[in-house]
Ligand binder design. Structure first.
Ligand SMILES: *Cc1c(COP(=O)(O)O)cnc(C)c1O
Length: 396
């Protein structure tokens, strides 16, 4: 098939994309318009936790589409209730509101915290967030994010999101005042370059929140649903948050997200929150299928075995090339390069022949790996071998 420019020109230009079109995907592999195959270690940005077009999702979509697509959010539907029960049963949360994207779930978390502050904390509304954090692309979630440049891009921002530094408890304490209602963070900062919050920091935040009557909100849009080797990343530290948001992996590739809260914080009243597609059975049926796959016996053991393999392989590459090591949790990992040739490596890996490979460089000096959670040992070995070849070529 030829690459068709006219279709490209009909799209808004929002990012630079390579001149190729993906036609189909299966597991860890994608195929473009020329029939070339790519080993995919991006997986829709840590979204396709079961790989491309997994049988479980195909079946759930087909069966649910034939049964009931959209009764309206004003009525109950079975898949949303099934998924809510599974999420509350597997976590410390009691109530779920389904959304269509991570940003929308985070908007819900912000609203819930502000409402809780109005009811319980004399209108306190400020939510302390972190430098370099990423919470989405709506106006409020961009304001909550600490991405450089976003403070002025669509100014004025939504107010009330002072920024602290990750793993620096004093920087958080210094921002707390009478108007502070919550602290919100990613347990592993993803877009910032896979930077885990330390366990000590998580415990410190919980203590600080309890001392000042604040809510602790974890944005697990990227880290949730098995990505870090636990079903939810907050389990890594054992700290109990008050609110959690999920996205990406929860739908395995379809638009689904969730706002999860403990009973005492679930203070929305009728009319406070809603949305046309929220909790629709087509997407939540997929969520049920994904949840059941991730929680099947042995699944998370395999994730942790692959995580160790990937971590060790990246360490070996780092040692061989004199790089700065690797970091991450589970199958969300980064290789710290010794120079800013991340983008060149990403491009060379993609253009490799006869088979390409998809990697991501969220920062020039760093590569991020987010394969499907059911990636095989052979696929990880293949990626590591090929990465070594690509680095050899780029640095020759
Ligand atoms: C991707 C991401 C979001 C935004 O999710 P969308 O579905 O793109 O709106 C929010 N928070 C984190 C931590 C993310 O990684």
């Amino acid at each position: 098939m030829k690459f068709d420019r006219s279709g490209v020109d009909a799209l808004m230009e929002i990012t630079s994309r390579p001149e190729l079109v993906f036609i189909r995907g299966q597991g860890s592999w994608l195929e473009d318009h020329t029939g070339k195959r790519y080993l995919d270690f991006i997986q829709g940005w840590a979204v396709n936790c079961l790989g491309h077009s997994p049988a479980e999702i195909v079946k759930a979509v087909n069966e649910q589409a034939a049964l009931l697509i959209n009764p309206s959010p004003a009525f109950y539907n079975l898949p949303s209730m099934e998924l809510a029960k599974r999420l509350t049963g597997a976590s410390c949360f009691d109530r779920i509101f389904f959304a269509n994207s991570g940003a929308e779930a985070n908007e819900g978390a912000i609203k819930l915290a502000r409402k809780w502050g109005r009811l319980n904390r004399k209108g306190a509304f400020k939510i302390i967030t972190f430098e370099h954090s990423f919470h989405g692309r709506t106006i409020a979630t961009m304001s909550a994010s600490g991405k450089p440049g976003w403070d002025t891009l669509y100014a004025p921002q939504v107010e009330g999101f002072p920024k602290a530094r990750l793993n620096d408890l004093e920087s958080v304490r210094a921002l707390i005042d009478d108007q502070t209602v919550a602290i919100m963070l990613e347990p592993v900062q993803g877009e910032a370059g896979v930077i885990p919050a330390t366990s000590e920091f998580m415990h410190g935040l919980r203590k600080l929140a309890d001392e000042h009557g604040l809510l602790l909100i974890v944005d697990e849009v990227q880290t949730g649903m098995g990505r870090t080797g636990k079903l939810f990343a907050y389990e890594l530290s054992g700290v109990t948050p008050d609110i959690m948001t999920l996205g990406k992996g929860i739908g395995g590739g379809v638009p689904l997200a969730a706002l999860c809260a403990r009973e005492a914080v679930s203070c929305f009243e009728h009319g406070d929150q809603g949305g046309t597609y929220n909790g629709n059975p087509l997407m939540t049926a997929v969520g049920v299928a994904v949840f059941d796959a991730l929680t099947a016996t042995g699944f998370m053991d395999a994730v942790n075995a692959r995580a160790r393999q990937l971590s060790e392989g990246l360490m070996a590459l780092s040692a061989k090339w004199g790089m700065k090591g690797e970091r991450g949790e589970g199958l969300l990992r980064a290789l710290m390069l010794d120079r800013d040739d991340g983008p060149a490596i990403v491009e060379a890996a993609r253009d490799w022949t006869p088979e390409g490979m998809l990697l991501n460089a969220p920062r020039p000096g760093l590569l991020r790996f987010m394969p499907s959670l059911n990636v095989t040992a052979q696929e990880i070995d293949l990626m590591l071998d090929r990465l070594d070849e690509v680095i050899t070529k780029v640095r020759r």
